[in-house]
Design a protein around this ligand. Sequence first.
Ligand code: SAM
Ligand code: SF4
Length: 329
Amino acid sequence: MNRVDYLRISLIDRCNFRCQYCLPQGAELDYVLQQDLLSQEELLNLIKEVFIPLGFTKFRLTGGEPLLRPGVIQLVEEIANLSQTEDLSMTTNGFLLSRMAQDLHDAGLRRINISLDSLNQETFDRIVGTFGYSRWQQTWEGIQTAYEVGFAPLKLNVVVIPGINDGEIEDLAQLTINRHWHVRFIEFMPIGNPDLFNDRAWIPSEELRQRIRGKWGLIESRIKGNGPADVFQIPGAKGTLGFISQMSECFCDRCNRMRLSADGWLRPCLLNETGQIDLKTALRQGIKLPQLKQQVAQLLEIKPNINFQQRESGTDRGISHRTMSQIGG
Ligand code: SAM
Ligand code: SF4
């Protein structure tokens, strides 16, 4: 049985982008009110008194857009300074990184994943939304700053959507040849935007590998991540190519993670809400941390039986209407 030691923590459900694969287009989202977010103190208490004692040592800060969370630098510092923290990372859209990367690094963050679905400004705008001006340039500068500041490994996440950015696979893969960057192609999942998801909404990773293999060749990388990506390399390249294939190859049996939403729901699986616990309400009702620890321990026991295949619970035709920005992707 897999050891579950990795917690993905959503710091906020709000975002400064509106990626079409993440959020339903046009619809207004019900954001969590400020007072309903887990406070800094509640979050740290849960990490120290519940998760760490149960064996969690790896933490990823995500969202929504985690850099929009007030106090994020201080939070990074507090988690990084805990002696039991073996790994602290962040997933961000990169838009605010040009001014925050140095502070994050100084606070103790070393690993960062940045979403970049296109190198083409128009395609990028089409995916993330238009806001009166293009957000591509500032995002690209954020990526450069993170690299210069010393984030390593620096990973770029690409969600591949047929007909939108799938023509750029080779261009994105090419970024790894001369840079120590890790580009990870993610199969689009049936979450958040049901209108975009149809029978051909995702491209199997093997199809992408064949294209890259056809152009440069492709070898399995000796650098392995501890996550769900299958890692490859273009021969002679400095960086790597990861493929996250949750649609074509189920990796539930390798799952080592749980997710904590910004409003304090602990979820055992991305697409299956069985057993989820409302930790924030419990805390605010005065339930003590040792009791919550017991509840989480019980959830850990049943976690191996909760997975993506039985995702019909809480979904319609397997399509989840909760967005990645709400769950904490
Ligand atoms: N805002 C940050 C960002 O975009 O990196 C962090 C939160 S975002 C929800 C985390 C990751 O989820 C991103 O890499 C994003 O591309 C991915 N994601 C969002 N919706 C997805 C979907 N429907 N299928 C696959 N990946 C998705
Ligand atoms: Fe925001 Fe990230 Fe979702 Fe894009 S993928 S809308 S950046 S939370």
